[in-house]
Design a protein around this ligand. Structure first.
Ligand code: RM4
Ligand code: MN
Ligand code: MN
Length: 410
């Protein structure tokens, strides 16, 4: 009988603490610029005085999160929401570097303009397709200018009613356009292809699930990989199985992390089902243990907080991600593999449960102390006065600028 990791009352031993430290040393997660701005639901927005107004505010907030956690060195950008047309992307890159930040994945916006009513790259209207392709190619240029490795693509393309769309035609259209995009990318750049089964259209979406993203990515070639947004699945779908398959096929490019109860809710990571994220991390670390391969995976957050204060919600997310990754690192892979081989389902399941229920928080605080970070980033943030400062300053700036919110999503 192989031993099980922990008894419920046991503290972690030094080997386990080492595993947690090693996991934390390597774990990084990217924050989204749009997570700091005033965003909302289709019913409206509740505005916050402290919400970021422009890209500099977003950078400043992302830098706060990185300073407090030590594991968020980059911020993803959404081209239309973050770059003014007259703005030199290099100046944004420099502004980021000045405050110890890098710009991360570049997200084109091919869903907001009126021209995209019936889709972007899948639209039957050649002018709309061209507008989308041009914007994506411009985004590739921006990514090169700001030395970003990732072009992250999400398409709102789809249809609302049966019969409305020629699904096969659209499949070819998006595949061919993305091949063109890949040709314009540098060989060390990565195209992340996101999928989503519903919303904003509700009959079909052109890239509805991981299989469709996988197919398109394969057709595009080695630069393209699948992006898994945890909110983009049907209820009860086994996301970690998708992750395991993509890992095995070397087609997992990255994540948009968030939690959900119903749909693409974009709630704080782990707030509803922390075990789900743990199981995903477990598949990744188990794959690495078994194959000796370290896949390059872009861990990114995709959340927009309607009512929670944005920076605090981001800190909760990042700290939860660290905890769950550290817990997954405690899974004893040798034991797990043996339990699996001998069909000991209880033994195997206990390997996961014991790691999941282990309290890694003391080790996490210790890790932070060693790095000169506050043991509790959320508390440190609350004590810093940053929130009150930005709320006052941004409120005054909004009045001076005559803006009381914004019509754009972020
Ligand atoms: C989508 C998807 C994309 C994000 C937009 C705003 O549902 O998750 O990643 O860019 O929302
Ligand atoms: Mn997403
Ligand atoms: Mn989403």
């Amino acid at each position: 009988m192989w031993t099980i990791l922990l008894t419920p009352e046991a503290k972690m031993n030094s080997e386990q603490i080492e595993k947690v430290f090693a996991a934390l040393n390597e774990f990084q997660i990217e924050t989204p610029s749009w997570g700091f701005a005033n965003t909302g639901t289709r019913f409206g927005k509740f505005l916050q005085d402290g919400a970021a107004i422009d890209i500099n505010d977003k950078l400043s907030d992302a830098a706060q999160v990185h300073q407090l956690t030590g594991c968020c060195p980059s911020m993803a950008v959404h081209v239309l929401w973050d770059f003014e047309e007259s703005q030199d992307p290099l100046s944004v890159k420099r502004a980021a570097e000045k405050i110890g930040l890098k710009l991360g994945a570049v997200n084109p916006n091919i869903f907001q303009d009126q021209i995209y009513k019936y889709g972007s790259l899948c639209n039957r209207d050649a002018a709309a397709r061209k507008a989308a392709l041009t914007h994506i190619l411009d985004s590739v240029k921006i990514a090169k200018q700001i030395s970003s490795r990732y072009l992250s693509l999400w398409f709102a393309d789809g249809s609302n009613y049966p019969g409305q769309a020629n699904i096969r035609w659209r499949k070819k259209a998006i595949t061919e356009s993305l091949q063109e995009v890949a040709a314009a990318m540098d060989s060390d750049q990565v195209m992340l292809v996101e999928y989503k089964p519903f919303e904003p259209t509700f009959y079909h979406t052109d890239l509805a699930d991981w299989g469709m993203s996988y197919f398109v990515s394969k057709a595009v070639g080695p630069k393209a990989k699948v992006l898994v947004d945890t909110g983009h699945h049907y209820q009860a779908q086994n996301i970690e199985q998708i992750v395991a398959w993509l890992l095995d096929e070397e087609m997992l490019g990255g994540f948009h992390f968030n939690d959900r109860r119903y749909a693409d809710d974009d709630l704080t990571l782990g707030s509803i089902d922390p075990y789900q994220i743990f199981r995903i991390f477990n598949e990744i670390l188990f794959y690495r243990w078994e194959t000796g391969r370290t896949p390059e995976i872009a861990y990114m957050i995709d959340q927009s907080h309607n009512d929670k204060p944005k920076i605090e919600a981001t800190l909760q997310t990042v700290c939860t991600a660290q905890e769950l990754y550290a817990k997954a690192a405690l899974v004893p892979h040798t034991n797990l593999a043996k339990f699996q081989e001998s069909n000991d389902e209880i033994g195997a399941e206990e390997c996961l449960r014991e790691a999941f229920f282990a309290d890694v928080r003391p080790a996490l605080s210790e890790w932070r102390k060693v790095r000169g970070l506050a043991p509790n980033p959320l508390r440190a943030f609350r004590e810093s006065g940053y929130s009150a400062r930005i709320a006052k300053e941004r409120k005054e700036r909004r009045i001076a600028l005559g803006i009381h919110g914004t019509s754009s999503y972020a």
